[in-house]
Ligand binder design. Sequence first.
Ligand code: HEM
Length: 352
Amino acid sequence: MARMSAAPPPPSTDWREEIAPDEDDRFTRHAETLRELQRSNDKRSGKGRGLHRKGHVGVEGSFEVLDGLPEELRVGLATTPTKYRALVRFSNGGPVHQGDGKPDIRGIAIKLLGVPGKKIIAGMEDAVTQDLLAIHMAYGPFRGPDEFVGFVQAARSPALALPRLIGRFGFGGALKMLRGFLKGVGKPPPTLATMSFFSGLPLRWGEYAAKFVLQPVAGVGDAATDSKGDDRLRADLGARLARAAMAWDFCVQLYRDAERTPIEDARVEWKPDVAPLVKVARLTLPVQDVASPRGVALTKWLEQLSFDPWHALEEHRPLGALMRARNQAYRLSTLERGAAGEPAADSQPPGA
Ligand code: HEM
């Protein structure tokens, strides 16, 4: 007899954050640890981001919210069908510049412009931006910020990483973390155009909690290039965008229950059969010349800007300890490198 697959449980608004009494101080120390690392890496390559230092290209496009969304998704940035201007920075996750042939996390940072509504960060309430940050891993080996920052610190020197991790998390814990990380990172990709990107961590979606996934739209891989060298990902994105547009579906999955879609434990993947992906918007990068004067100015501008999950509407407040730790880490990294302020809806790259 054929097995019937169980219907997914309904979305629930019954999610909870668990906020530890000491976490503010702990997260400040974590942010400072990352800043120390950033400062020491600045000595090698000049001022730059604490993590995701190597940007491939900065490009522009649109983010179009679809019509006819289910009611529970029609909130915040997706309240009405709208086409936002989008600035997009592709990056490697590491704290230093390294060749794209090395295993690393790959990131996409999207800044939507012209988003009305009060934003979360004090002093930036009237910003018109909503940022969406994602990496190519759906979930990670880190339960929380202590593990995350401990790992980043240990990985400073690959040769010493394992003994340092063992010293901090014990043999079993260290091995599990390292294995999980290497498995998630996978083989260096030939292109970012055909990759999916995941928020990995939850954020509010109105009364609900959600994660999001960017799925490449079928057909974007047709324009394959054969780029080589340390900056192959930049070369590949540039060559593709010179010939054809690229697009990703922005899909949202809603919280179901504490066990299968936890808020605090980032190691648990929200499986699509439990929390189905619903298409909410489409990110499109039209044909553009990244080597033109405007393309070069755009990349330079996006290097100077700050992409931050807390650049957000209250309806999209980041959730969970790792997200709360990011609230301090991104601000300190941004301050340290003297990043530019939030752009206006019609801001253009300086000098373009
Ligand atoms: C799944 C979880 C995470 C994702 C998806 C993610 C994604 C990203 C991305 C895409 C960027 C590059 C932004 C840009 O292009 O400007 C970035 C930068 C950064 N991330 Fe994360 N990240 C995660 C977790 C964390 C955590 C837990 C911390 C620290 C507690 C952290 C600290 C940083 C810092 C310091 C930067 C540089 C910020 C700047 O100077 O602009 N990230 N992250």
